[in-house]
Every structure is written in C-alpha cells, then in structure tokens.
Design a protein around this ligand. Structure first.
Ligand code: AMP
Length: 281
C-alpha cells in the first residue's frame, strides 16, 4: 500500500496510472476504521484495478466542535487494516492541503430540501461540509467508481446530488450496512459507548426491524409513536424517527403500500449520537 500525504504527489501518481489505463475506485473515510469500512474496500476491489482510500476528519462537516474534538482517531490500526484488506493507496491529507485558502468563505451547493431535512435539520451546515470535502476529494482522486455506505443514507443522496451538480463522471455505489452480531450498525462512534450504553444501543436496530415487519399501507403514525416509546425506554434521546420516501427522504405519513420507503433514526445514548436506517420494502 502506498501512502500519500500530499495531494500533489497523489495526483501525479494517479495521472500516471490513468495513462496506463487503470480503472480506479475511491472509498472516502474519516478513519477509526471497522468492518463496515472494510466492506467498502472489498466492494471496491471487486470492481476496479486500483483501490484508493482516504482518511480525513473533515472539520467543515462538524457543526459541533466538541463532536470533532472527540472523534476517535486510530491511525496505526487503520493503516494495518487497510493494508490487510488489499488497499492500493491511502491518502492522508492535512487540513491545509484540502482547504489551502482556509475554511471560511467556502463555496456552497444547492442541495435542495435534502440539506435541511433530518440530519440537515439537526446538524445545520453538515451537508455543505460534506459537499465541500467531497468535491475536493473527487477532483483530486478523479475516481472512476465511488463507494459509500447505506449507513449514511442521506449522505449517499447528497453526494449523488453533488455529483450531478458537478457533472462529475463517476459511478456511484451504495454498500449495505455492516452490523454487529446483535444488529447494532457498526460505527466509529460505537467505541465511545460505555458497556451499559452499548447494551441499550441495540434498540435502534430492533426498532427498525420492528417497523419493517409491521409497516402496512395506511397511517404510519401509531407505529412511529410505539417506536419512539421503545427508544425512550432504552434511555435514548431521539432527534428523529421517521418513515420517508427512499428517493428523496420526504416524510411518509400515509404509506400507499408500494412506494419505496426507508425508516431512519438519529438518537443519543448519553453524549454519543447514533444513526441508522433500514429499507422497508
Ligand atoms: P465515516 O468514516 O464514518 O465517514 O464512513 C466512511 C464511509 O463508510 C461512509 O461511506 C459510510 O457510510 C461508510 N460506513 C460507515 N459505517 C458503515 C457500516 N456499518 N456499514 C457500511 N458502511 C459504513
């Protein structure tokens, strides 16, 4: 695995590979890697000649500075995992390399209602931050294929929209969520849970499975109310729990039994904010 810390060196290497006709795939991450990230690497490797991963904890997408400070870092283990997973390149840029002009006055993108719904509502500015870093990474890496996780469902929709806005030639792939044996979605933030909170955390996936099993055409209000109560009972402070149209995350209050739907949850266990989602049909 080749490690690049400077974008210029990475770009030079990539343009050499492109002239050799190599097909490239990109897996952007914020590090503190786990099996979910490894599945993205695996999916990428199965489709391309060269798998490029980045680790960059993007300050622009953290609306809460405390969340940024507490974001877990485990670079030695990450490098080890990526190497063993057969990653070809790790890009490890500095903040000044990604934002050479500083982080103020950055460009904004017209993301439509996706920007202010759900995650966007509870994390103002978050998806502009995601778009700002993704546009830079895409321009630097110039991948033929891009791999992101369904775990961050709304992020996948935002990045797909960004790709359209940028008119960027890349194939976008969504990889299914990797879960712990008890159903908890793997997340870098899970390592901040106390043993007690970790036990409670499983309720999120249980609630999603429950909604998937019980959803029928008609009013979904009751189902959501019961789900909310279950989260309360497991000591969650819930930001949102919703059933939405999978294509654009518009809320579904009355399901017609056919429209592709997804249930999404964001909730705090202590001061750890967890998100998860499940396609319902
Ligand atoms: P992050 O490092 O949290 O920014 O995540 C990097 C990429 O890994 C994103 O595309 C995430 O959606 C994806 N990812 C995170 N957790 C999982 C998971 N449990 N299963 C599959 N993909 C994941």
């Amino acid at each position: 695995m080749i490690l690049f810390k400077k974008s210029g060196d990475l770009q030079h290497w990539i343009s050499e590979q492109k002239t050799k006709g190599k097909v490239t795939g990109f897996v952007p991450t914020m590090g503190a890697l786990h099996e979910g990230h490894m599945q993205l690497i695996k999916a990428c490797r199965s489709m391309v000649d060269l798998t490029i991963c980045s680790i960059f904890v993007n300050p622009a997408q953290f609306n809460d500075p405390k969340d940024f400070e507490k974001y877990p870092v485990s670079i030695e283990t990450d490098i080890h995992m990526l190497h063993h997973a057969g990653t070809d390149v790790l890009f490890l840029p500095s903040v000044s390399d990604i934002y050479p002009g500083g982080q103020t006055g950055l460009e904004t993108y017209d993301l439509g209602p996706l920007e202010t719904l759900l995650e966007g509502r509870y994390r103002p500015g978050h998806f502009q931050g995601v778009s700002q870093v993704m546009s830079r990474l895409l321009k630097l890496v110039q991948p033929d294929h891009l791999f992101m996780g369904q775990k961050d469902f709304q992020q996948c929709l935002v990045v797909q929209r960004l790709i359209e806005i940028m008119d960027f030639p890349v194939h976008f792939h969504t990889v299914s969520t990797v879960r712990e044996a008890d159903g908890l979605a793997q997340s870098s933030r899970n390592r901040r849970l106390t043993p007690e909170q970790r036990k409670n955390a499983v309720t999120i996936s249980q609630v999603l499975i429950d909604i998937r099993g019980k959803l029928s055409s008609g009013d979904a209000g009751d189902l959501l109310q019961k789900a909310h109560e279950k989260l309360d009972a497991a000591h969650f402070k819930t930001d949102y729990i919703t059933i939405a149209r999978a294509s654009d995350l518009q809320p579904i209050t009355h399901w017609n039994g056919e429209e592709k739907a997804v249930a999404l949850i964001a909730a705090y266990q202590g001061d750890v904010r967890l998100i998860d989602n499940m396609l319902l049909n």
